[in-house]
Design a protein around this ligand. Structure first.
Ligand code: NAD
Length: 275
């Protein structure tokens, strides 16, 4: 395989704790972008293979190789058990990247006192295509070289956004971390709405998905905002304007999406309180 990204972009060793839906997508992209499988170890209770050449273990090794970057990819409620076993293996040069929703940097620091460099990352599922969004946050205790190295590691996954204030982490998680689910629901609902007004179900499903895909690609390449693009679809006095009037009445769509993001954000805050 030809490496697309320079070798030094990847850590000497990457240790993944958990490799389910999200960490699996990240790893798959890294491997397809040139990360050598021999530099990866995955800890997963099932012991199931992950990819050719990637070591899979079901228990913690006696030690981590020098300069290991650890990716915490299990469920947030497992942090206490994981930290009990993992923290003693961490040294000052162990870098920790946590994708755990609702798990604050302060909690990570208290659970991994030996590690200096800790970064919170909130990716989303399209990272597997290199078309994801990953929010990153760290504090001043993390070395700037480590921030750069982790930022570079995340780069092949898609858009990278550093967050200046951790207080916004649950908000950005609601928008881009949870966002794919909201978009998948939108595509499904657009198709069902098409069916409700008489389009055959399978045809409506194909047309809804292709419309969203084409429109997102177009918006990504356009020189004008999505709001202007919407106006370009709407002929004065035509059909689209009548439809937009329904979405816009009393800011109906804005209110629905604000409530949606707020509910997701609030759950992140509750998780951070241990609820
Ligand atoms: N799914 C998403 O879209 C998404 C997006 C951003 C962040 N996250 C975060 O990613 C993490 C994982 O979510 P997911 O959706 O991939 O869940 P998942 O259930 O698909 O993956 C979790 C993995 O952890 C493994 N695991 C279970 N117990 C473990 C243990 N004790 N030690 C090590 N590994 C263990 C499981 O075998 C599983 O493969 C969560 O913390 C979540 O907040 C998920």
């Amino acid at each position: 395989m030809t490496a697309i990204w320079p070798d030094h972009l990847f850590p000497n060793h990457l240790f993944l704790v958990g490799c389910g839906n999200m960490a699996g997508q990240m790893l798959s992209r890294w491997l397809s972008e040139g990360l050598e499988p021999a530099r990866v170890t995955v800890l997963r209770p099932s012991g199931k293979p992950v990819a050719d050449g990637v070591a899979v273990v079901t228990d913690y090794p006696a030690a981590l190789p020098a300069g290991t970057t650890v990716l915490l990819g299990m469920k947030p409620y497992q942090i206490a058990d994981v930290a009990d076993a993992l923290a003693p293996l961490c040294a000052a040069d162990t870098r920790i990247v946590s994708i755990l929703a609702g798990t604050t940097l302060a909690e990570l620091r208290s659970r991994f006192p030996a590690a200096r460099d800790i970064v919170r990352a909130m990716p989303n599922l399209p990272v597997g295509l290199g078309e994801g969004v990953t929010a990153l946050f760290s504090d001043d205790a993390t070395d700037s070289a480590a921030r750069d190295a982790i930022g570079a590691l995340i780069q092949p996954l898609g858009l990278v956004e550093w967050i200046a204030d951790e207080a916004l982490f649950n908000q950005v998680t609601a928008l881009s971390g949870c966002g794919p689910a909201f978009l998948f629901r939108f595509v499904d609902t657009l198709a069902r709405a098409g069916e409700a007004i008489g389009i055959p179900a399978d045809q409506a499903a194909r047309m809804a998905l292709a419309t969203v895909q084409g429109s997102a690609n177009m918006a990504a390449r356009a020189a004008v905002s999505p709001s202007t693009l919407a106006d370009q679809v709407a002929s004065p006095g035509g059909m689209t304007r009548q439809g937009l009037n329904v979405l816009d009445a009393d800011d109906r769509l804005l209110a629905l999406l604000t409530d949606t993001l707020a509910a997701a954000r609030d759950r992140g805050e509750a998780m951070a309180r241990g609820e």
